[in-house]
Design a protein around this ligand. Structure first.
Ligand SMILES: C[S@@+](CC[C@H](N)C(=O)[O-])C[C@H]1O[C@@H](n2cnc3c(N)ncnc32)[C@H](O)[C@@H]1O
Length: 235
């Protein structure tokens, strides 16, 4: 596809058109490798950066810290926690007396979220979810805006989950981080996962991504350290 002179510039995070990298002879489902990682198997992410990076499961299995609580505070009313992992944020929302639902494709994540006393469903967030269009807020914490490798599609999906006056709270990468989209795999415990699409959105590109998804940027927040989040609203 060619770009016309009058067209807006293509976003740097546009979904990768490249074919997935060739599968090793015995690739395992993402859910198996991710579940093993949650259970303590050292695991790395390959493909997101130049060198493999450790999968930071400790960041998800711990309890919420001050930054997490600040993002929770930005989620007004009943909130759906998209890609909840082991339930760190769903737990923080629930502890504040909110109606909160964790959503995750991995059974181990859902079980761990429920073990924290929270509600959670095992579902692809792009599939039909409870409370479609009625949530006050949708939360995409940690790098979850990268799920699926197409942030505009994901933000538009989150927007459809919330009420017309609802909001989407999104953790993004710090300033200077180049937004990108591509294929990644998990490797750990002798297993390599099938390839999955992922993206990174830096805070510098948050407004453009939001607007392309039909949302407006209400607020941009710098938390402690290098953590950033944005609050988006439907028009
Ligand atoms: C980076 S972890 C984030 C965990 C959690 N948000 C946190 O900050 O503690 C990403 C989670 O998203 C889940 N996930 C990936 N793709 C998904 C999809 N299409 N639908 C629902 N969950 C998904 C993974 O299973 C994983 O638990």
């Amino acid at each position: 596809m060619t770009q016309g002179l009058g067209d807006p510039p293509l976003p740097v995070w546009r979904p990768s058109e490249a074919a997935p990298p060739p599968s090793p002879r015995s690739s395992a489902p993402f859910r198996d490798v991710f579940s093993a990682a949650l259970c303590g198997v050292p695991t790395t992410v390959v493909g997101l950066a130049e060198a493999p990076r450790p999968l930071r499961t400790d960041d998800w299995t711990r309890t919420a810290d001050a930054v997490d609580h600040a993002m929770v505070a930005a989620c007004t009313g009943p909130t759906v926690d998209l890609g909840c992992g082991p339930g760190r944020l769903t737990e923080a929302l629930t502890a504040q007396g909110r109606t909160a639902l964790g959503v995750d494709v991995v059974a181990e994540s859902v079980q761990r979220t429920r073990a924290r006393g929270c509600s959670a469903v095992r579902r692809d967030l792009f599939a039909s979810l409870p409370g479609e269009g009625r949530w006050d807020a949708a939360l995409l914490a940690d790098g979850n805006v990268g799920i699926g490798g197409d942030p505009v599609r994901l933000l538009a999906r989150a927007a459809r989950l919330v009420r017309p006056d609802g909001r989407v709270v999104v953790e993004v990468a710090p300033p200077g981080v180049v937004s990108r989209s591509g294929w990644a795999r998990l490797t750990g415990g002798g297993l390599t996962s099938s390839a999955f699409r992922w993206a990174v959105v830096g805070v510098d590109d948050a407004r453009a991504a939001a607007e392309a998804a039909g949302l407006q940027l209400l607020e941009q927040v710098h938390h402690a350290g290098d953590r950033w989040s944005v609050v988006l609203a439907r028009h």
